[in-house]
Write a protein that binds this ligand. Structure first.
Ligand code: MN3
Length: 202
């Protein structure tokens, strides 16, 4: 299987004025994400055991295997970024009723969820990701992963929403201010409609 860069689910300029300019998206999607896809295809081409496997299979197969670290890193980054584009919206920030009810039930309040999510995003030392997941006990949880880490590999819940906290995600719009980027993500960019749909389908 040859992997391809998914199209953005919005125009590259659609989030300008909401804290993610077109230049950020052209670099992040068109250069960074494309580079992971290209590298993954090159690695799969050289490894018979990986040919024809789905992205999810490749992530699970390569996780924790020293000789497959580059495969895991590029496959994980491809999967994580694909979810990240769906976690953004030009009408982001509004939380649908069914998801709000579940957030209140599992975190105590929407504000408490946002605090927890922000703390995970800021607490990830260096590059990585902060996640809203549906854990196997049926509760919503916030988790974080380093580098290309993903709950898909660890079985740490079904991913509903993710924010990229690699510097390339925010440096053009927010310079070094990760906290401002995360606040803006939660208020203006987070596609909670998508997260609610993922929850409903789980
Ligand atoms: Mn990224």
């Amino acid at each position: 299987m040859t992997f391809t860069l998914p199209s953005l689910p919005f125009a590259p300029g659609a989030l300008a004025g909401r804290g993610m300019c077109q230049e950020t998206l052209e670099l992040h999607h068109g250069k960074h994400h494309q580079a992971y896809v290209t590298a993954l295809n090159g690695l799969v081409e050289k490894n018979e055991a990986l040919k024809g496997k789905s992205l999810e299979d490749i992530i699970r197969m390569s996780h924790g295997r020293e000789e497959l670290v580059p495969v895991f890193n590029n496959a994980g980054q491809h999967w994580n970024h694909s979810l990240f584009w769906n976690s953004l919206s030009a009408t982001g920030g509004a939380i649908p009723g069914n998801l709000e009810k579940k957030l209140v039930s599992d975190f105590g309040s929407v504000e408490k969820f946002k605090e927890t999510f922000k703390a995970a995003a800021l607490g990830q030392f260096g590059s990585g990701w902060a996640w809203l997941v549906l854990a196997s006990d049926g509760r919503l949880k916030v988790t974080k992963t380093g580098n290309a880490g993903t709950p898909l590999a660890t079985g740490d819940g079904k991913a509903l929403l993710v924010v990229d906290v690699w510097e390339h995600a925010y440096y053009v719009d927010f310079r070094n201010r990760r906290a401002d980027f995360v606040d803006n993500f939660l208020a203006k960019l987070a596609n909670f409609e998508f997260a609610a749909a993922q929850l409903a389908a789980a």
